[in-house]
Design a protein around this ligand. Structure first.
Ligand SMILES: Nc1ncnc2c1ncn2[C@@H]1O[C@H](COP(=O)(O)OP(=O)(O)OP(=O)(O)O)[C@@H](O)[C@H]1O
Ligand SMILES: [Mg+2]
Length: 277
């Protein structure tokens, strides 16, 4: 009887102790209709703890989005190795995951409020609750006056703020972010990076953030994972030992911030050269 009780309580306590994200020797191969199969990832192992902010950088085509798609349970390709989210197999629609992309993907026929609440609607959260939560987040991202506007009346930066509000409103424990600020001008980007840090630091969710902007990776992260050219493998991991709370703007004057950026540049450059040679 005791043994049964012990076993019954195991899954929950195990989940609490599990890493938020675990990849173990992940290999991914895409089959294509015309050409040879594409080996996208080759032996990637990564553990991300709950509350950690980890970025992935690496050349185009090295498999960054593929990793996020597998974690979100929306990839279809042959894989070997292990991949888990809080100790469980990834599945599409997992409430533990919120996924934000580079393009804002707002629905043009919905207002800002309705767009920010859309993810919660899909998760069957009651209308009153989702509108209150969406309105609160829109206020925090500076769109309080624009809740009844449609996307066509918003700038690109404002649309990305709305997408950020929609992502945070989901209250998922893990945020997957694929170049969310990639298409923004430098000033709006800095503003949104600070906004993301502010939202994240209040709640300490786990973030896996993909970017091509090394300064952005350093400014936001606890660790930066560097992938080499396809097939993606981890070539380095850099711990970002900058104090928190951080202001992305203030970091621009921090010499250690620039040293860390230079280190990442060096690692990527070295790998690219050795790949070409
Ligand atoms: N559905 C698919 N079918 C076939 N090949 C694919 C598919 N998705 C990705 N690939 C291939 O897998 C590799 C990795 O793609 P992925 O999109 O993960 O790269 P990435 O690192 O995100 O690149 P980028 O920085 O340009 O966004 C690429 O060579 C790509 O062509
Ligand atoms: Mg990508």
């Amino acid at each position: 009887m005791d043994a049964l009780l012990l076993n019954a309580s195991l899954p929950e306590s195990c989940e609490e102790m599990c890493p938020a994200i675990k990849l173990q020797d992940l290999k991914v191969q895409f089959e294509t209709a015309t050409a040879h199969a594409v080996l996208a990832l080759d032996g990637v192992s990564l553990v991300v703890s709950p509350g950690e902010f980890v970025s992935i950088v690496g050349p185009s085509g090295c498999g960054k989005t593929t990793i996020l798609n597998f974690l979100a349970g929306i990839a279809s390709a042959r894989l070997s190795g292990e991949i888990s989210v809080f100790g469980k197999d990834p599945v599409a629609g997992n409430p533990d995951i919120a996924y934000m992309l580079a393009r804002d993907s707002l629905l043009p026929w919905r207002t800002t409020l309705s767009n920010a609440a859309y993810g919660m609607e899909l998760r069957n959260i009651a209308r009153k609750e989702r509108e209150e939560r969406a309105a609160d987040l829109l206020r925090r991202v500076g769109l309080g006056e624009f809740v009844h506007r449609y996307p066509k009346a918003l700038s690109h930066g404002m649309r990305q703020r709305c997408a950020l509000a929609r992502t945070f409103a989901l209250e998922s424990r893990i945020l997957l972010m694929d170049e969310p600020f990639g298409a923004l001008d430098a000033q709006t980007k800095l503003q949104l990076e600070d906004l993301l840090l502010e939202l994240w630091s209040g709640e300490q969710r786990t973030v896996l953030f993909v970017t091509h902007d090394l300064a952005e990776a350093v400014a936001l992260s606890d660790r930066v994972i560097v992938l080499g050219p396809r097939p993606g493998r981890i070539i380095a991991e850099v711990v970002i030992d900058l104090p928190r709370p951080r202001s992305v703007r203030a970091l621009q004057e921090h010499s250690h911030f620039h040293r860390l950026c230079a280190r990442l540049w060096g690692l990527l450059e070295q790998e690219t050269k050795s790949h070409v040679n």
